[in-house]
Design a binder for this molecule. Structure first.
Ligand code: FE
Length: 344
């Protein structure tokens, strides 16, 4: 994969190049961003950063596992300045592999809540996504299911739709349950969920939502932004899906709903360190928070920044304050436990 400059930067650079190539080389400031976010709506985020800072953003976009492998094989010569991932498990894996470096930043420490950043400063969350339960309105009474623990209740036999245990969102969710309830209870829970599955796990989060609306099960587990995409869709079939379902924020009576994160950290061998620091601090500014979270129906990490209106419409909720590093580090144990429980 090659490094792709943003379209705007490419055009600007090409113009300057004709005028004075040597000056350009000496003056152009760049940031090499390795990102597993691949939302078209993030485009405005990069453009605005370049406009404010004069720093050109070169992007390498790929799956997180590929990016991590690439940074490992590149070693000290890696051009990566900043790594962005869409799950706590992956950013923490990068940190554990020594691919990141700590950044002590007053603006980040004051703007980003403590549970949404690595206690050692290796990464910071810039948006969150709640992993919630969707129920078929006509089949599940209001309040009949209110916790993740309820997903294992035998009364929901054959009704639960949830994706594979290989999915990192489920590993993080199970990692959070592990932190709350301990190994024995969490393994029993996983067995209960498997026993309640409407079908062997397949597809992504949106597939679980659609299957619940189609009557293949009554209860689906998904991240909020997938529902947000359907809620914003103009397609009648998507509107029909949204109409059929009710969003439940689990565990409002105790620890709160599990939230995962999209996070970023500075690469261990960053060559453009000042640009990397500027970029991370930029991501925590209110305007960047809007681009970062609003484009993909996520919740801004910085408190006081409003979520998008269709997200705000789901209502306020209590989120689990467990540090994302804790459930991220529980991922491996969570997967083993789900394997033992027969969760495909
Ligand atoms: Fe996702």
């Amino acid at each position: 994969m090659i490094i792709n400059p943003t379209r705007r930067a490419l055009l600007g650079g090409a113009t300057l190049l004709v005028a004075a190539p040597s000056v350009l080389r000496a003056q152009t400031k760049v940031l090499n961003l390795y990102s597993s976010r691949h939302y078209d709506t993030d485009e405005a985020l990069y453009t605005e950063f370049t406009r404010q800072s004069g720093i050109t953003v070169n992007r390498v976009e790929a799956g997180a596992d590929q990016l991590l492998a690439r940074m490992q094989s590149e070693g000290a010569s890696s051009p990566a300045d900043v790594l962005v991932t869409v799950d706590a498990g992956r950013i923490e894996r990068a940190s554990a592999l020594g691919l990141l470096q700590p950044f002590a930043s007053e603006p980040l420490a004051s703007r980003i809540p403590a549970h949404l950043r690595d206690p050692d400063g290796n990464w910071f969350a810039f948006s969150t996504r709640a992993r919630v339960i969707f129920v078929a309105k006509d089949k599940v009474a209001d309040g009949a299911i209110s916790t993740y623990e309820d997903l294992a209740d035998p009364k929901w036999k054959g009704k639960v739709l949830i994706r594979s245990s290989t999915n990192i969102y489920n590993q993080s969710l199970t990692g959070a349950i592990l932190a709350a309830n301990g190994e024995a209870k969490t393994e029993a829970w996983a067995r209960g969920v498997v026993a309640n599955m409407a079908r062997p796990p397949r597809g992504g989060d949106t597939d679980q939502i659609r299957a619940a609306a189609a009557g293949e099960g009554d209860i689906a587990v998904s991240n909020t932004y997938y529902f947000g995409r359907l809620a914003r869709s103009e397609k009648p079939e998507d509107k029909a899906v949204v109409e059929k379902l009710r969003l439940v924020f689990p565990n409002q009576g105790d620890r709160g709903t599990h939230v995962n994160i999209s996070a970023a950290g500075i690469a261990r061998h960053a060559k453009n360190l000042d640009a990397a620091k500027a970029y991370l601090e930029y991501l925590a500014t209110p305007s960047a928070q809007r681009y970062f979270a609003w484009g993909n129906s996520e919740y801004p990490a910085v408190s006081g920044v409003e979520p998008p209106p269709h997200v705000a419409a789901w209502g306020a909720f209590k989120s689990d304050q467990l540090n994302a590093r804790v459930f991220a580090r529980n991922n491996a144990e969570a997967l083993k436990l789900m394997d033992r429980a027969g969760w495909k």
